[in-house]
Design a protein around this ligand. Structure first.
Ligand SMILES: Nc1ncnc2c1ncn2[C@@H]1O[C@H](COP(=O)(O)OP(=O)(O)OP(=O)(O)O)[C@@H](O)[C@H]1O
Length: 577
């Protein structure tokens, strides 16, 4: 079967639309290609279909994606209210009878997706770029086989069906996770459903993967209930633990969101919750009331600097504090540490060195420099507080545990946003610190943050912990990849998100976003045309556009698909119970 279908459609004209960027600081242009196809009620053209049109360079074609189409009739072109009513009625009556004539055609709007396709003999190659097309040329239509061959990873995971093509969408989840994932859609479009589906598929296909979900809406324990029961897992809350399995079943049913489709399965769900209790998977997370503050390099530097600036510290000691600052700077450079990294005993060596130099200079024993160094040393070298409590540290240790019997799925539930932000910041910092120290690249960890605008908001505050969570999540998205730490974030309002992080995310799932600003931002960040992003307004629940930059797909072409329903997977399992 051939990869492309030669059609009778021809490129008629190209229109350029320019608009201000979402932030109002510049402008952006998009090209819309207008193609005429012969009128045909069974035409294969539809939104999301891929086309190719010849360019001025021989054997090179531009790849286009259909955005919209509209049957037109020549007689209707200038028909408006200025034409007498009787005449209008007559024209319309005739048009109605003559759609199948030479006077009609299908006007199709398509956007270039930034690719050139080169066909040499039987060899087809895709490269990024734009070459002016030849107006009047005939259009080729991609067949499903061409999608499969050029865009999807053959051994990728199937996450749904391509809309209008009836083929499975196969993506590389491994690569998508590596470069972080974003899920953007208005409430009710199916964000949690898709997120749960991606987590489920990723856990199934990537053996070294662990997933930590920070759940502020109490949804995921149900959406991934089968995974919690089947895999070694943890369901972590801040509440007191239930006393027995009956109590656990009742309480979890009461505190969780049960999707309507599962209302007939309440009994099975309760039993599965009871099983989580008997399997010893429930944990109560202990967070000290005011949160824990670690000694970070940034804080240490601040402390040393304040000694340098302190007028009560004798001048003779100041060079030693400066020396300490320089040594810390050197150590941080060598170890590629940032200000947010936590100070550990690797700093002992420089503390000893500066102390020795100060002694050689015959400083008095009660000098500030000696007490300062000794205080830092005793802080760093103190024995960790051992407790029975399951705290952030225990969670981090379990998450980083390499052994095959260790837990792989962690759902941390915290309906209180301030607590959730504190957990996120402490957990990410702990895991980074331990990962850096261990020099290990396994396991890969995926952090899932629903309602991301709450964790990494446009406006951060210290009071509600958003400053801390924002720093931590930004670090995860900017530097996590080197340490095999990744993020999947989802939000319904991009405008409230610190959008600087969007560039770090290479795979986006977009569904209906009612605000123009949010849609424009998506179009600009990924170079997808406005008109294609506008299409998301018409999406049905569970319908998505995946846009990926060198990650989930072989080529960065937006694909519209209907996601598999995560609830169906869960239902299958519940039915067997
Ligand atoms: N892929 C899908 N196929 C079929 N139905 C779906 C799909 N995704 C979601 N739905 C339906 O839409 C409902 C809402 O989905 P979901 O809870 O995931 O939306 P959401 O965007 O996360 O909403 P909220 O922000 O309110 O949590 C689901 O209960 C389900 O009925």
């Amino acid at each position: 079967m051939s990869l492309f279908i030669d059609t009778e459609g021809r490129l008629r004209e190209i229109k350029v639309f320019t608009r201000p960027t979402a932030d109002g600081r510049g402008s952006i242009s998009f090209r819309t290609f207008i193609i005429e196809f012969p009128f045909n009620r069974n035409i294969e053209i539809d939104t999301g279909k891929l086309l190719a049109v010849e360019t001025i360079k021989e054997n090179k074609y531009l790849v286009l994606e259909v955005v919209d189409y509209l049957p037109l009739h020549y007689a209707m072109i200038n028909l408006d209210g200025t034409i007498p009513k009787e005449l209008r009625d007559e024209i319309m009556r005739r048009v109605e009878e003559s759609w199948n004539s030479n006077e009609s055609w299908i006007e199709t709007y398509a956007s270039p997706v930034g690719y050139i396709m080169e066909i040499n003999d039987n060899n087809i190659k895709f490269t990024k770029g734009y070459i002016p097309p030849l107006l009047g040329s005939k259009i080729k239509l991609f067949t499903p086989k061409a999608y499969e061959k050029f865009i999807f990873y053959e051994d990728g995971e199937n996450i749904g069906k391509v809309v209008n093509e009836n083929i499975d969408l196969k993506i590389s989840l491994r690569k998508a996770i590596k470069y972080h994932i974003g899920v953007f859609a208005y409430t009710g479009s199916g964000k949690s459903n898709l997120t749960a589906l991606l987590v489920r598929k990723a856990l199934e296909s990537i053996q070294e993967l662990k997933v930590i979900i920070i759940d502020v809406s109490m949804e995921y324990a149900v959406l991934l209930l089968d995974q919690l029961v089947k895999l070694n897992s943890r369901l972590i809350t801040l509440d007191r633990l239930p006393n027995n399995e009956i109590d656990a079943g009742r309480r979890l049913i009461r505190t969780h969101v049960i999707p309507e489709e599962l209302s007939d399965f309440k009994e099975e769900i309760r039993k599965a919750f009871e099983a989580l209790y008997t399997q010893n998977k429930l944990r109560k997370l202990y967070i000290p009331p005011q949160g824990i503050t670690y000694l970070t390099y940034g804080y240490l530097i601040e402390m040393v600097r304040s000694q340098v600036e302190d007028k009560y510290v004798a001048t003779a000691q100041k060079p030693f504090f400066l020396m300490l600052l320089q040594q810390i700077d050197k150590l941080m450079r060598e170890k590629k540490m940032t200000k947010d990294d936590i100070v550990d005993d690797s700093i002992n060596e420089i503390l000893n060195e500066v102390e020795l130099k100060a002694r050689e200079a015959n400083l008095r024993e009660n000098s500030a420099i000696f007490s300062f160094i000794s205080a830092i040393k005793s802080y760093i070298n103190q024995e960790p507080v051992t407790s029975e409590e399951y705290d952030i540290e225990t969670l981090a240790i379990e998450a980083l545990d390499n052994s095959s019997e260790s837990a792989r799925l962690f759902i941390v539930e915290s309906p209180n946003m301030d607590d959730a932000r504190m957990i996120v910041s402490l957990l990410i910092e702990q895991i980074f610190m331990r990962r850096k120290r261990s020099y290990s690249s396994s396991p890969t960890i995926l952090f899932v943050l629903d309602e991301a605008q709450e964790f990494i908001p446009f406006d951060t505050k210290q009071k509600d912990n958003s400053e801390a969570s924002s720093l931590a999540v930004e670090k995860l998205l900017r530097h996590g990849r080197k340490y095999y730490l990744h993020g999947l974030i989802s939000t319904q309002r991009l405008a409230y998100l610190n959008t600087n992080v969007l560039q770090q995310i290479h795979t986006y799932f977009v569904s209906t976003l009612p605000r123009p600003y949010d849609r424009q931002l998506i179009a600009e960040t990924f170079g997808v045309s406005d008109s294609l992003v506008e299409k998301t307004l018409e999406f049905d629940v569970g319908q998505w556009m995946i846009v990926s930059f060198k990650a989930a797909l072989k080529e960065d072409i937006p694909v519209i698909f209907k996601a598999e329903n995560n609830i169906d997977k869960l239902k299958e399992w519940l039915k067997k119970k």
